[in-house]
Write a protein that binds this ligand. Structure first.
Ligand code: ADP
Length: 349
């Protein structure tokens, strides 16, 4: 559907804008033709002179020039209008209402997360029918399942990018709809596959995790994230400048820096999108130990792509078509010999 709409729109845009330029030329030529014929008659009966006629025809050319330039720009003008429309749509969006009934004290939160008969769908179609699980404070929940199973959706709900359509999600027993979104999100740290660093020193990049942190806290976070020694080898150490595209350090190092930042932020609940693709085995090991340290004492949700890393998870949720079809520890699920066991053996056979 989207493709077809796009096809129709670009056809219209191309068709209209490619017609405008020849139309302008056609008008110009017709006008010149008419002026030439009429002008000849006027010259013959002596009303005007040949010079005036020639000057008049030149003026027509001079009008034609800017008009044809504008017509060549017409496709760009159209896309500019479309882009402007989008900007205005964004500006017209309503502000999120912060009308939470419960005030959150981040330092008092234990980090118990409960999904209680959650029902959800993006559109009218229901994706999650009845999702139930509990993550105890400080425990690790791994989420596995094929692409499109609803792993990201689960996290979107937890962060309240969308509200549930039935049931409730609770943190420490409080329905998250009773909290302000801003306060709720302050309880979470995310480590995602696409690392985000900004242009500036390594120190500033880590320090961004908690702006009130002291220098020694930044360094100890870097040590815990296994990245301190690497930083020391760079010219300037912690003052080493990361460039605009952060292309002057490797993917693995970027990952470790974001982990250091997350350690510094010290939030109760973590969401980790396991991201050890495209790094060498040694860096992978470093990332893994850094992640393990990061998860200690914090409730963590790990979206796992390879099963080797989640054997120790306290709970594994196996999702398919939006619902949890199996849950339990690694051993329990293997004993069950269901979908998880099949996936596990397929990866390790
Ligand atoms: P996973 O992370 O397990 O790959 P997702 O949670 O991204 O799966 O997607 C679950 C289902 O929800 C998919 O069928 C996907 O097409 C649909 N979906 C995801 N995001 C949206 C969205 N913003 N709007 C509508 N449907 C979506």
């Amino acid at each position: 559907e989207v493709n077809e709409r796009m096809c129709a729109a670009s056809f219209k845009a191309q068709f209209v804008s490619s017609l405008i330029s020849p139309l302008v030329s056609l008008c110009t030529y017709l006008t010149i033709g008419a002026v030439a014929v009429l002008g000849c008659f006027f010259v013959i009966d002596g009303t005007i002179r040949v010079g005036s006629l020639q000057a008049f025809i030149r003026y027509i050319w001079q009008i034609n020039d800017p008009l044809s330039q504008i017509s060549q720009l017409s496709s760009q003008v159209q896309s500019a209008f479309a882009a402007m429309g989008r900007i205005f749509n964004l500006m017209d969006e309503e502000e999120e209402v912060q009308n939470g009934k419960v005030e959150i004290r981040p330092d008092k939160v234990r980090g118990e997360v409960t999904f209680d008969h959650v029902v959800f769908g993006y559109d009218d179609e229901t994706l999650m029918r009845d999702v139930n699980f509990q993550a105890k404070p400080g425990k690790m929940v791994a989420i596995v399942g094929p692409t499109g199973a609803g792993k990201t959706t689960l996290m979107n709900l937890l962060l309240r990018f969308y509200d549930v359509k039935g049931g409730a999600i609770k943190i420490d027993g409080i329905d998250i709809r009773d909290m302000n979104r801003e306060e709720l999100r302050q309880l979470f740290s995310l480590v995602l596959q696409d690392t985000w660093l900004f242009k500036g020193s390594i120190y500033d990049n880590i320090h961004y995790g908690r702006l009130t942190a002291r220098k020694d806290e930044v360094i100890s976070a870097a040590k815990m994230a296994n990245v301190h020694h690497f930083i020391k080898t760079l010219t300037g150490g912690y003052n080493f400048e990361i460039n605009e595209e952060s292309s002057n350090i490797s993917q693995g190092e970027k990952q470790l820096l974001t982990i250091a930042r997350t350690i510094l932020a010290d939030n109760r609940i973590l969401i980790l999108d396991e991201a050890t693709s495209s790094v060498d085995t040694r860096t992978e090991q470093r990332i893994q130990t850094a992640m393990d340290r990061l998860m200690q004492g914090r409730t963590s949700f790990v979206i796992a792509h390879r099963l080797s890393t989640i054997r120790d998870a306290d709970t594994i949720l196996f999702m398919d078509h939006g619902n949890i079809i199996e849950q339990g520890s690694h051993e329990e699920l293997l004993k069950k010999n269901g979908a998880y066991a099949a996936l596990y053996y397929s990866q390790f056979e």
